[in-house]
Design a protein around this ligand. Structure first.
Ligand code: GLA
Length: 401
Protein backbone atom coordinates (compact mmCIF):
# COMPACT_ATOMS: atom_id res chain seq x y z
CA UNK A 1 0.00 0.00 0.00
CA UNK A 2 2.89 2.34 -0.62
CA UNK A 3 2.54 5.34 -2.89
CA UNK A 4 6.00 5.32 -4.30
CA UNK A 5 7.96 2.99 -6.50
CA UNK A 6 11.11 1.24 -5.44
CA UNK A 7 14.25 3.29 -5.08
CA UNK A 8 17.33 1.81 -6.71
CA UNK A 9 20.05 0.92 -4.24
CA UNK A 10 22.80 3.43 -3.80
CA UNK A 11 26.09 1.90 -2.78
CA UNK A 12 27.01 4.62 -0.37
CA UNK A 13 28.45 4.72 3.07
CA UNK A 14 25.98 6.83 4.92
CA UNK A 15 27.28 7.22 8.40
CA UNK A 16 29.47 10.06 7.21
CA UNK A 17 26.53 11.93 5.71
CA UNK A 18 24.80 12.68 8.97
CA UNK A 19 25.92 14.39 12.08
CA UNK A 20 25.86 11.42 14.39
CA UNK A 21 24.32 12.27 17.72
CA UNK A 22 24.76 10.38 20.96
CA UNK A 23 21.63 8.62 19.79
CA UNK A 24 23.05 5.12 19.89
CA UNK A 25 23.18 5.25 23.66
CA UNK A 26 19.68 6.74 23.76
CA UNK A 27 18.38 4.08 21.40
CA UNK A 28 19.64 1.41 23.74
CA UNK A 29 17.39 2.55 26.57
CA UNK A 30 14.68 0.48 24.93
CA UNK A 31 14.59 -2.72 22.94
CA UNK A 32 17.42 -4.45 24.80
CA UNK A 33 15.80 -7.55 23.33
CA UNK A 34 13.65 -7.51 20.16
CA UNK A 35 10.37 -5.67 20.83
CA UNK A 36 7.36 -7.96 21.26
CA UNK A 37 3.72 -7.07 20.89
CA UNK A 38 0.95 -6.82 18.35
CA UNK A 39 0.35 -4.45 15.41
CA UNK A 40 -2.97 -3.69 13.75
CA UNK A 41 -1.88 -3.70 10.11
CA UNK A 42 -1.64 -7.34 9.04
CA UNK A 43 -5.17 -8.21 10.05
CA UNK A 44 -7.17 -4.96 10.21
CA UNK A 45 -5.24 -2.75 7.75
CA UNK A 46 -7.14 0.54 7.27
CA UNK A 47 -10.23 -0.71 9.13
CA UNK A 48 -8.66 -0.58 12.60
CA UNK A 49 -10.50 1.37 15.29
CA UNK A 50 -10.04 2.38 18.90
CA UNK A 51 -12.30 -0.53 19.84
CA UNK A 52 -10.04 -3.03 18.04
CA UNK A 53 -6.98 -1.69 19.86
CA UNK A 54 -8.71 -2.01 23.23
CA UNK A 55 -9.84 -5.53 22.34
CA UNK A 56 -6.30 -6.43 21.30
CA UNK A 57 -4.98 -5.15 24.65
CA UNK A 58 -7.64 -7.17 26.50
CA UNK A 59 -6.79 -10.26 24.52
CA UNK A 60 -3.05 -9.95 25.05
CA UNK A 61 -3.79 -10.14 28.75
CA UNK A 62 -6.48 -12.85 28.72
CA UNK A 63 -4.66 -15.18 26.32
CA UNK A 64 -1.44 -15.09 28.33
CA UNK A 65 0.41 -13.39 25.49
CA UNK A 66 1.29 -10.46 27.72
CA UNK A 67 2.84 -12.84 30.25
CA UNK A 68 4.75 -14.46 27.40
CA UNK A 69 6.30 -11.07 26.55
CA UNK A 70 3.93 -9.36 24.08
CA UNK A 71 3.90 -5.85 25.53
CA UNK A 72 3.47 -3.34 22.70
CA UNK A 73 0.02 -2.70 21.22
CA UNK A 74 0.81 -0.85 18.02
CA UNK A 75 -1.62 1.22 15.97
CA UNK A 76 -0.47 1.23 12.36
CA UNK A 77 -1.59 3.59 9.61
CA UNK A 78 -5.06 5.22 9.27
CA UNK A 79 -5.56 6.88 12.68
CA UNK A 80 -4.73 10.34 11.35
CA UNK A 81 -7.02 13.21 10.31
CA UNK A 82 -5.88 16.72 9.27
CA UNK A 83 -3.82 19.33 11.10
CA UNK A 84 -5.58 22.22 12.80
CA UNK A 85 -4.65 25.90 12.41
CA UNK A 86 -1.80 25.42 14.89
CA UNK A 87 -0.43 22.46 13.03
CA UNK A 88 -1.66 19.99 15.61
CA UNK A 89 -2.47 16.67 13.98
CA UNK A 90 -5.99 15.52 14.81
CA UNK A 91 -7.07 11.93 15.10
CA UNK A 92 -9.92 10.77 12.87
CA UNK A 93 -13.29 9.48 14.01
CA UNK A 94 -11.99 5.91 14.41
CA UNK A 95 -9.75 7.16 17.23
CA UNK A 96 -11.75 9.74 19.17
CA UNK A 97 -9.38 10.11 22.11
CA UNK A 98 -5.82 8.86 21.75
CA UNK A 99 -4.78 9.84 25.27
CA UNK A 100 -7.67 7.87 26.74
CA UNK A 101 -6.75 4.91 24.54
CA UNK A 102 -3.12 5.08 25.65
CA UNK A 103 -4.26 5.26 29.28
CA UNK A 104 -6.43 2.19 28.74
CA UNK A 105 -3.57 0.21 27.19
CA UNK A 106 -1.23 1.29 29.99
CA UNK A 107 -3.81 0.30 32.59
CA UNK A 108 -3.41 -3.28 31.35
CA UNK A 109 0.33 -3.18 32.02
CA UNK A 110 1.01 -2.87 28.28
CA UNK A 111 2.66 -0.22 26.11
CA UNK A 112 1.26 1.53 23.07
CA UNK A 113 2.74 2.28 19.67
CA UNK A 114 1.77 4.60 16.84
CA UNK A 115 2.65 5.16 13.20
CA UNK A 116 3.74 8.08 11.03
CA UNK A 117 6.30 8.92 8.38
CA UNK A 118 8.75 11.60 7.28
CA UNK A 119 6.76 12.56 4.18
CA UNK A 120 3.65 14.67 3.78
CA UNK A 121 1.47 11.54 3.63
CA UNK A 122 1.58 8.04 5.02
CA UNK A 123 1.45 4.98 2.80
CA UNK A 124 -2.32 4.95 3.20
CA UNK A 125 -2.53 8.60 2.11
CA UNK A 126 -3.09 9.99 5.63
CA UNK A 127 -1.31 12.99 7.13
CA UNK A 128 2.33 12.31 8.07
CA UNK A 129 4.98 14.34 9.92
CA UNK A 130 6.90 16.38 7.31
CA UNK A 131 7.63 19.80 8.82
CA UNK A 132 5.96 18.87 12.12
CA UNK A 133 8.42 16.38 13.56
CA UNK A 134 9.02 18.06 16.94
CA UNK A 135 5.35 18.92 17.32
CA UNK A 136 4.28 15.34 16.60
CA UNK A 137 6.94 13.82 18.85
CA UNK A 138 5.80 16.04 21.72
CA UNK A 139 2.20 15.05 21.12
CA UNK A 140 3.09 11.34 21.14
CA UNK A 141 4.96 11.81 24.41
CA UNK A 142 2.01 13.71 25.91
CA UNK A 143 -0.30 10.88 24.91
CA UNK A 144 2.08 8.36 26.47
CA UNK A 145 3.21 6.69 23.27
CA UNK A 146 5.98 4.11 23.71
CA UNK A 147 6.79 3.07 20.14
CA UNK A 148 6.85 4.83 16.77
CA UNK A 149 6.90 3.10 13.40
CA UNK A 150 8.16 5.69 10.93
CA UNK A 151 7.35 4.77 7.36
CA UNK A 152 9.07 6.37 4.35
CA UNK A 153 6.15 6.28 1.88
CA UNK A 154 5.56 9.65 0.20
CA UNK A 155 8.90 11.08 1.35
CA UNK A 156 10.49 9.36 -1.63
CA UNK A 157 8.41 11.09 -4.28
CA UNK A 158 7.57 14.30 -2.47
CA UNK A 159 11.04 15.11 -1.20
CA UNK A 160 13.81 12.83 -2.49
CA UNK A 161 12.73 12.63 -6.13
CA UNK A 162 11.58 16.21 -6.20
CA UNK A 163 14.55 17.86 -4.51
CA UNK A 164 17.25 15.67 -5.93
CA UNK A 165 16.16 14.04 -9.17
CA UNK A 166 18.82 11.65 -10.46
CA UNK A 167 21.11 12.33 -7.51
CA UNK A 168 21.13 9.16 -5.45
CA UNK A 169 23.68 10.43 -2.94
CA UNK A 170 21.60 13.50 -2.19
CA UNK A 171 18.42 11.42 -2.00
CA UNK A 172 20.11 9.21 0.54
CA UNK A 173 21.28 12.19 2.54
CA UNK A 174 17.73 13.55 2.61
CA UNK A 175 16.29 10.22 3.73
CA UNK A 176 18.82 9.65 6.48
CA UNK A 177 18.44 13.24 7.69
CA UNK A 178 14.65 12.81 7.84
CA UNK A 179 14.96 9.74 10.06
CA UNK A 180 17.60 11.47 12.15
CA UNK A 181 15.29 14.45 12.62
CA UNK A 182 12.48 12.36 14.08
CA UNK A 183 14.91 10.37 16.19
CA UNK A 184 16.21 13.57 17.76
CA UNK A 185 12.67 14.87 18.22
CA UNK A 186 11.73 11.69 20.09
CA UNK A 187 14.82 11.88 22.25
CA UNK A 188 14.12 15.52 23.05
CA UNK A 189 10.82 14.50 24.63
CA UNK A 190 12.72 12.58 27.30
CA UNK A 191 10.27 9.68 27.00
CA UNK A 192 11.76 6.30 26.06
CA UNK A 193 10.10 5.56 22.71
CA UNK A 194 11.10 2.64 20.50
CA UNK A 195 12.04 4.08 17.09
CA UNK A 196 11.16 1.62 14.34
CA UNK A 197 12.30 2.59 10.86
CA UNK A 198 10.26 1.36 7.93
CA UNK A 199 11.76 2.01 4.53
CA UNK A 200 11.63 -1.52 3.13
CA UNK A 201 15.36 -2.24 3.37
CA UNK A 202 16.25 0.23 0.65
CA UNK A 203 19.83 1.40 0.80
CA UNK A 204 21.00 -0.88 3.57
CA UNK A 205 19.37 0.78 6.58
CA UNK A 206 21.24 -1.65 8.85
CA UNK A 207 24.37 0.35 8.00
CA UNK A 208 23.06 3.74 9.10
CA UNK A 209 19.93 3.30 11.21
CA UNK A 210 21.72 2.21 14.43
CA UNK A 211 23.85 5.35 14.45
CA UNK A 212 20.83 7.61 14.46
CA UNK A 213 19.15 5.72 17.29
CA UNK A 214 16.98 3.33 15.30
CA UNK A 215 15.85 0.39 17.41
CA UNK A 216 14.80 -1.60 14.35
CA UNK A 217 14.65 -1.18 10.62
CA UNK A 218 12.66 -3.09 8.07
CA UNK A 219 14.92 -5.18 5.89
CA UNK A 220 12.39 -5.87 3.13
CA UNK A 221 9.20 -4.81 1.45
CA UNK A 222 5.89 -5.89 2.99
CA UNK A 223 5.10 -9.35 4.23
CA UNK A 224 1.81 -11.10 3.44
CA UNK A 225 0.19 -14.30 4.68
CA UNK A 226 1.60 -16.60 2.00
CA UNK A 227 4.44 -19.02 2.53
CA UNK A 228 6.22 -17.92 -0.64
CA UNK A 229 6.42 -14.35 0.59
CA UNK A 230 7.50 -15.39 4.09
CA UNK A 231 10.19 -17.64 2.65
CA UNK A 232 11.37 -14.95 0.21
CA UNK A 233 11.80 -12.55 3.13
CA UNK A 234 13.64 -15.19 5.14
CA UNK A 235 16.05 -15.70 2.25
CA UNK A 236 16.86 -12.00 2.22
CA UNK A 237 18.06 -12.00 5.82
CA UNK A 238 21.32 -13.78 5.18
CA UNK A 239 24.34 -11.63 5.78
CA UNK A 240 22.58 -9.27 8.18
CA UNK A 241 23.47 -10.93 11.47
CA UNK A 242 26.35 -8.57 12.20
CA UNK A 243 23.95 -5.62 12.38
CA UNK A 244 21.57 -6.96 15.03
CA UNK A 245 22.21 -6.63 18.73
CA UNK A 246 20.75 -5.26 21.96
CA UNK A 247 18.93 -2.01 21.18
CA UNK A 248 19.02 -2.36 17.40
CA UNK A 249 17.41 -5.12 15.36
CA UNK A 250 16.83 -6.18 11.79
CA UNK A 251 13.08 -6.26 11.15
CA UNK A 252 11.88 -8.74 8.50
CA UNK A 253 8.33 -7.36 9.07
CA UNK A 254 5.48 -8.26 11.39
CA UNK A 255 4.19 -11.76 11.98
CA UNK A 256 1.49 -13.33 9.84
CA UNK A 257 1.08 -16.28 12.23
CA UNK A 258 -2.63 -17.15 12.28
CA UNK A 259 -3.47 -15.14 9.18
CA UNK A 260 -4.67 -16.20 5.74
CA UNK A 261 -4.34 -19.81 4.69
CA UNK A 262 -1.01 -20.55 6.34
CA UNK A 263 -0.84 -24.16 7.49
CA UNK A 264 0.17 -25.05 11.02
CA UNK A 265 3.59 -26.11 9.77
CA UNK A 266 3.99 -22.78 7.98
CA UNK A 267 2.91 -20.83 11.06
CA UNK A 268 5.37 -22.82 13.16
CA UNK A 269 8.22 -22.32 10.70
CA UNK A 270 7.50 -18.62 10.26
CA UNK A 271 7.49 -18.09 14.02
CA UNK A 272 10.57 -20.25 14.57
CA UNK A 273 12.58 -18.47 11.91
CA UNK A 274 11.61 -14.98 13.08
CA UNK A 275 12.79 -16.05 16.54
CA UNK A 276 16.02 -17.39 15.04
CA UNK A 277 16.49 -14.02 13.31
CA UNK A 278 16.14 -12.10 16.60
CA UNK A 279 13.33 -10.28 14.87
CA UNK A 280 10.80 -8.08 16.62
CA UNK A 281 7.87 -10.41 17.36
CA UNK A 282 4.82 -8.32 16.52
CA UNK A 283 1.83 -10.56 16.13
CA UNK A 284 -0.57 -9.39 13.43
CA UNK A 285 -3.53 -11.71 13.81
CA UNK A 286 -7.15 -11.40 14.91
CA UNK A 287 -6.63 -11.86 18.64
CA UNK A 288 -10.29 -12.13 19.72
CA UNK A 289 -10.76 -15.02 17.27
CA UNK A 290 -7.40 -16.69 17.68
CA UNK A 291 -7.48 -20.49 17.36
CA UNK A 292 -5.93 -22.48 20.24
CA UNK A 293 -3.26 -23.95 17.98
CA UNK A 294 -2.23 -20.46 16.83
CA UNK A 295 -2.10 -19.28 20.43
CA UNK A 296 0.10 -22.19 21.38
CA UNK A 297 2.54 -21.25 18.61
CA UNK A 298 2.65 -17.58 19.56
CA UNK A 299 3.09 -18.37 23.25
CA UNK A 300 5.69 -21.10 22.97
CA UNK A 301 8.04 -19.89 25.71
CA UNK A 302 11.03 -21.90 24.52
CA UNK A 303 10.82 -20.38 21.05
CA UNK A 304 10.26 -16.90 22.45
CA UNK A 305 13.34 -17.40 24.63
CA UNK A 306 15.40 -17.95 21.47
CA UNK A 307 14.18 -14.65 20.07
CA UNK A 308 14.69 -12.84 23.36
CA UNK A 309 18.09 -14.30 24.13
CA UNK A 310 20.08 -11.50 25.81
CA UNK A 311 23.12 -12.02 23.61
CA UNK A 312 21.07 -10.80 20.64
CA UNK A 313 22.96 -12.82 18.03
CA UNK A 314 20.87 -13.38 14.92
CA UNK A 315 20.99 -16.77 13.16
CA UNK A 316 22.76 -17.48 9.92
CA UNK A 317 22.15 -20.19 7.36
CA UNK A 318 24.93 -22.69 7.92
CA UNK A 319 24.18 -24.91 4.96
CA UNK A 320 21.44 -26.26 2.81
CA UNK A 321 20.90 -29.58 1.10
CA UNK A 322 18.32 -29.48 -1.65
CA UNK A 323 15.43 -27.56 -0.20
CA UNK A 324 16.29 -28.30 3.41
CA UNK A 325 18.10 -25.48 5.19
CA UNK A 326 20.01 -25.53 8.45
CA UNK A 327 20.22 -22.31 10.42
CA UNK A 328 21.97 -21.78 13.76
CA UNK A 329 22.46 -19.05 16.30
CA UNK A 330 24.57 -18.60 19.40
CA UNK A 331 22.77 -18.12 22.69
CA UNK A 332 23.74 -16.72 26.03
CA UNK A 333 25.84 -19.07 28.17
CA UNK A 334 27.32 -20.96 25.23
CA UNK A 335 24.09 -22.68 24.12
CA UNK A 336 23.04 -22.82 20.48
CA UNK A 337 19.75 -23.05 18.62
CA UNK A 338 19.50 -25.06 15.41
CA UNK A 339 16.64 -24.92 12.94
CA UNK A 340 16.18 -27.46 10.15
CA UNK A 341 13.61 -26.13 7.69
CA UNK A 342 12.06 -28.04 4.83
CA UNK A 343 11.38 -25.18 2.42
CA UNK A 344 10.35 -27.60 -0.30
CA UNK A 345 6.90 -28.69 -1.32
CA UNK A 346 7.52 -32.41 -0.74
CA UNK A 347 7.88 -34.57 2.27
CA UNK A 348 11.39 -36.00 2.55
CA UNK A 349 10.41 -39.62 3.04
CA UNK A 350 11.99 -41.42 0.12
CA UNK A 351 15.19 -39.36 0.20
CA UNK A 352 15.52 -38.31 3.80
CA UNK A 353 17.63 -35.37 4.73
CA UNK A 354 20.59 -36.13 7.01
CA UNK A 355 21.68 -33.54 9.52
CA UNK A 356 25.41 -32.97 9.56
CA UNK A 357 26.60 -31.99 13.01
CA UNK A 358 30.09 -31.65 11.62
CA UNK A 359 28.95 -28.83 9.35
CA UNK A 360 27.54 -27.14 12.44
CA UNK A 361 30.93 -27.37 14.12
CA UNK A 362 29.61 -29.92 16.61
CA UNK A 363 31.53 -32.95 17.68
CA UNK A 364 29.50 -36.15 18.00
CA UNK A 365 26.21 -36.81 19.75
CA UNK A 366 24.53 -33.79 21.35
CA UNK A 367 21.80 -33.54 23.96
CA UNK A 368 19.08 -31.21 22.74
CA UNK A 369 15.54 -30.09 23.43
CA UNK A 370 12.99 -30.15 20.64
CA UNK A 371 11.28 -26.80 21.17
CA UNK A 372 8.04 -27.81 19.44
CA UNK A 373 7.45 -31.17 21.16
CA UNK A 374 9.08 -29.97 24.39
CA UNK A 375 10.93 -33.28 24.59
CA UNK A 376 14.58 -33.97 25.13
CA UNK A 377 16.30 -35.66 22.21
CA UNK A 378 19.69 -36.73 20.98
CA UNK A 379 21.25 -35.32 17.86
CA UNK A 380 23.63 -37.71 16.18
CA UNK A 381 25.84 -36.95 13.25
CA UNK A 382 24.12 -37.54 9.91
CA UNK A 383 20.86 -38.54 11.55
CA UNK A 384 17.90 -38.60 9.17
CA UNK A 385 15.41 -35.79 9.73
CA UNK A 386 12.04 -36.16 8.08
CA UNK A 387 9.98 -33.03 7.82
CA UNK A 388 6.68 -32.32 6.18
CA UNK A 389 6.68 -29.62 3.54
CA UNK A 390 7.36 -26.18 5.10
CA UNK A 391 7.81 -27.72 8.54
CA UNK A 392 10.70 -27.24 10.89
CA UNK A 393 12.76 -28.93 13.56
CA UNK A 394 13.88 -26.37 16.11
CA UNK A 395 16.20 -27.46 18.89
CA UNK A 396 18.22 -25.90 21.66
CA UNK A 397 21.54 -27.47 22.58
CA UNK A 398 22.36 -26.22 26.07
CA UNK A 399 25.94 -27.46 26.22
CA UNK A 400 27.23 -28.06 22.71
CA UNK A 401 30.30 -30.23 22.34
C1 GLA B 1 3.61 0.22 4.35
C2 GLA B 1 4.29 -0.58 5.46
C3 GLA B 1 3.27 -1.51 6.09
C4 GLA B 1 2.08 -0.71 6.63
C5 GLA B 1 1.47 0.15 5.51
C6 GLA B 1 0.45 1.11 6.06
O1 GLA B 1 3.23 -0.57 3.28
O2 GLA B 1 5.38 -1.29 4.96
O3 GLA B 1 3.86 -2.27 7.12
O4 GLA B 1 2.53 0.10 7.69
O5 GLA B 1 2.48 0.92 4.87
O6 GLA B 1 -0.10 1.96 5.08
Amino acid sequence: MRLSASLPLASLVLASLIAISPALAAGQQVAATPPMGWNSWNFFAEKVTDKDIRAAADQLVSTGMKDAGYIYVNIDDTWEAERDANGVLRTNSKFPDMKALADYVHSKGLKIGIYSGPGPKTCGGYTASLGHEEQDAKMYAAWGIDYLKYDLCSFNEAVMQKQAPNDKAEQMRLMVAAYDKMSKALQATGRPIVFSLCQYGWDSPWEWAPALGGNSWRTTDDINAHWDRIYAILSQQEGLLAYAGPGHWNDPDMLEVGNGELTLAENRSHFSMWAMLASPLLAGNDLPNMKPEVKSILTNRDVIAIDQDPLGKQASRVYSDGEVEVWARHLDGGAIAVAVLNAGSDRYSTHPFHLSLTKLGLNGTQQAKDLWTGKDMELTNNMPVELASHDILLVRVATPK
